[in-house]
Design a protein around this ligand. Structure first.
Ligand SMILES: C[S@@+](CC[C@H](N)C(=O)[O-])C[C@H]1O[C@@H](n2cnc3c(N)ncnc32)[C@H](O)[C@@H]1O
Length: 203
């Protein structure tokens, strides 16, 4: 099964309450983005956003230039149905992030629980290249991955876990870390997942 088929299959067969990553309010991501105090028309991309509620919260906060990218067309269709008439306020992109050639630059590149699925060096490097090409000169990265004591697998896929030091090593040439937070995510089925979040500014 290809990566795309894997994720389409998950989004075709599981409800929000049946996926570990669901959050009714993505508080940490939202707090990071709001604390930047950017103009409301700043371009923000949620990479691997799936049907996350982050864009709903950002729309409520008045942000007007929002993009959601995901490998799964099914995830994007689900998010569009949920957002109903607000769906046309979002730019939707169906793409594998490791093949993504950004056509514009973003002020904020947000990724929660996507980067850690990339395990091959080549995929990680492609992601970092897109990140570099797709962010403005003073652009921000808000990245949340499983921490060093987080799960080793998610939805039947092995993941790479990252300490803050590991994250610094991966993105440190391009970005300067401004904030780091460890956060314990309570899954909809009452288990815990340790995440490391960083906010970083482009060098
Ligand atoms: C664990 S979910 C997290 C979803 C969302 N970021 C959130 O926090 O609710 C991982 C998401 O990444 C997407 N994804 C996985 N690999 C991807 C890739 N190579 N390119 C783009 N999206 C990908 C999946 O379809 C899924 O929506």
């Amino acid at each position: 099964m290809s990566k795309k088929e894997h994720w389409d299959n998950i989004y075709s067969t599981k409800t929000l309450q049946e996926v570990s990553w669901h959050q009714p309010i993505p508080k940490i991501s939202l707090d990071f983005i709001l604390s930047l105090g950017l103009p409301k028309d700043s371009p923000i991309i949620d990479v691997g956003g799936g049907d996350s509620f982050l864009v709903d919260s950002l729309l409520n906060e008045g942000y007007t230039d929002l993009t959601v990218l995901d490998i799964s067309k099914v995830a994007i269709e689900r998010a569009k149905i949920r957002l109903a008439k607000n769906a046309n306020k979002i730019n939707w992109i169906v793409s594998d992030i490791t093949n993504f050639l950004p056509e514009r630059i973003y002020s904020v590149w947000h990724d929660r629980a996507v980067f850690h699925f990339l395990r091959k060096e080549q995929e990680i490097n492609s992601y970092l290249k897109s990140l570099n090409n797709g962010t403005a000169a003073d652009g921000r990265l808000v990245l949340g991955t499983f921490a060093e004591n987080g799960p080793i697998r998610c939805c039947a896929l092995d993941v790479k876990r990252y300490s803050f030091n590991d994250l610094e090593k991966k993105i440190g040439d391009q970005f300067l870390i401004e904030k780091m937070i460890n956060s314990i995510h309570q899954t909809p089925f009452n288990t815990e997942q340790s995440f490391n979040f960083i906010q970083a500014i482009k060098r």
